[in-house]
Design a protein around this ligand. Sequence first.
Ligand SMILES: C[S@@+](CC[C@H](N)C(=O)[O-])C[C@H]1O[C@@H](n2cnc3c(N)ncnc32)[C@H](O)[C@@H]1O
Length: 226
Amino acid sequence: MLDWSHNAYYQRLLLRHLPRSCRRVLDVGCGSGAFAARLAPRVDHVDAVDRSARMIEQATRHTPGNVTCVLADVLVDPLPGRDYDAIVSITALHHMPLENALEVLAAALRPGGVLAAVVLPRMDLRREWLVEIIAMVGHRLLGVLFHADRLLRGGNAFTKEHHTRTGMPVVLDPPLTTRQAARVATAVLPGARVRRLLFWRYLLLWEKPIPHNSSPAATPSSPTTE
Ligand SMILES: C[S@@+](CC[C@H](N)C(=O)[O-])C[C@H]1O[C@@H](n2cnc3c(N)ncnc32)[C@H](O)[C@@H]1O
């Protein structure tokens, strides 16, 4: 009852990192399509990819016409497009070897395009115990606040659907801590930034460099900042 969805909570953060000129976006591990549906009014087209047939069936039902839901494993199958303006992902990259995933996704971005992902880290209590305590207290407080909002205003902010009900594949034992993920990310994608978010996620951001000889007009935009 007082639980709420961290994935839904961090959707807005990713939206803030879309490039200014953003027409075509890839959502990796789209699940039931909640984030793809939120992206749809802001861009021309969204390709929403998931390797679970059940998720793609739900995503197809819950997304508007400018979202193409594709059953595919991003590490195995060809992606539905290339030269994306942005590639986004919420809580899916820890399902796959990060190094491989970053190589595949970087290749699918246009120069100047942005990769923005919210990912589940392995707990690192020794280094992050204070953050963990603050997160637990914050989670409870916001849970009460969101519940009150639901009762008083009928809102449905960050309602959590349990994965056992939706059939959403989850990985509860992520392989990398935030620090380990940062090391992998900066090795594969120089210039990548990784930072711990309060509620049990990290944010990975990378802008694909524009080759020196290409005109900036042909490859517009830089990401908006938080
Ligand atoms: C925890 S769910 C998150 C779903 C959604 N992004 C959300 O925020 O609700 C992770 C999703 O990633 C998908 N996934 C995992 N590995 C994948 C891969 N290699 N290619 C495509 N989808 C993948 C899973 O099937 C699952 O639906």
